[in-house]
Design a protein around this ligand. Structure first.
Ligand code: NAD
Length: 256
């Protein structure tokens, strides 16, 4: 018996990185998966990987920053499987590293649009669906950048702090309706996003591991699988009394 056997799970940003690992882990733990992304090739590949391992999944293309895309995504998920028990708002972008005073407005708008507004739009639609089906569990991807600042990343830091605010409010407003809402706050995780940040910060001189490993007390960055395991556990009945939290998964980074 898996952690989430018989549940349906929606994951945004499921074409790569943490989102793909989360989709695969939900399926391995017994859930039926709705994988969504703007990267259609990657999203379909995630579904193929789930099916190859004996699981069940569909792919739905959606840009989380677009209200009509999000409405269609939730409608397609409910039409396919009847309900959404678990939802993971994972889609995110890092944008460009730029000093605060030089941040171009379009960098701010793009990052806030996907990371914060996208999470807001998904939460609204997921909660509406979960209210109809009697409850559920939602995990939002914040970051250690939702807990502390990182020079050069002001829009990203603002977006990830905002995700924790949305998480707390949604948790409070729907606690009695049986909907749990939590955030996870990963440290450096070995994905394309971290590679992009390392490339920008060191102009290609250091890999993400070379740059980020020493900054973590455990001496290494994390894996997408480690984050996926926390997310799926948080969505499972084992975490039934946990709501409104923002849990670091960071090798000790924010304990420093
Ligand atoms: P990634 O770039 O590997 O994956 C992000 C996925 O989101 C991609 O598949 C991308 O196509 C998708 N996406 C981007 N914009 C989208 C949009 N508008 N609509 C739908 N999908 C969209 O990055 P990742 O590292 O796996 O990041 C996943 C989440 O984890 C993000 O929210 C990120 O901010 C967060 N996070 C990552 C790290 C890290 O070190 N990698 C640390 C903390 C938090």
């Amino acid at each position: 018996m898996g952690l989430v056997t018989g549940k349906t799970a929606l994951i945004t940003g499921a074409a790569a990185g943490i989102g793909r690992a989360t989709a695969l882990t939900f399926a391995a733990e017994g859930a039926i998966v709705v994988a969504s992304d703007v990267d259609d090739a990657g999203g379909k590949e995630t579904v193929a990987m789930i099916e190859k391992a004996g699981g069940k999944a569909i792919y739905v293309s959606a840009d989380v920053s677009k209200p009509t895309d999000v409405k269609t995504l939730i409608a397609k998920a409910v039409a396919a499987y009847g309900r959404i028990d678990c939802a993971v708002n994972n889609a995110g972008i890092e944008g460009k590293i730029t000093p605060f005073a030089d941040q171009p407005e379009d960098n701010f708008d793009a990052i806030i649009g996907v990371n914060l507004k996208g999470t807001y739009l998904c939460l609204q639609a997921e909660i509406a669906a979960m209210l109809k089906s009697g409850g559920g569990a939602i995990v939002n991807l914040s970051s250690i950048a939702g807990l502390i600042g990182f020079p050069g990343l002001s829009p990203y830091v603002a977006s990830k702090h905002g995700v924790i605010g949305l998480t707390k409010n949604a948790a409070l407003e729907y606690a009695k309706a049986g909907i749990r809402v939590n955030a996870v706050c990963p440290g450096g995780i070995d994905t394309r996003m971290l590679d992009s940040l390392a490339e920008q910060a060191t102009a290609g001189a250091q890999s993400s591991a070379e740059m980020m490993d020493p900054l973590h007390p455990m001496g290494r960055i994390g894996t997408p699988q480690e984050v996926a395991d926390l997310i799926v556990w948080l969505c499972s009945p084992r975490a039934g009394f946990i709501t409104g939290t923002a849990i670091p998964i960071d090798g000790g980074y924010v304990a420093q």
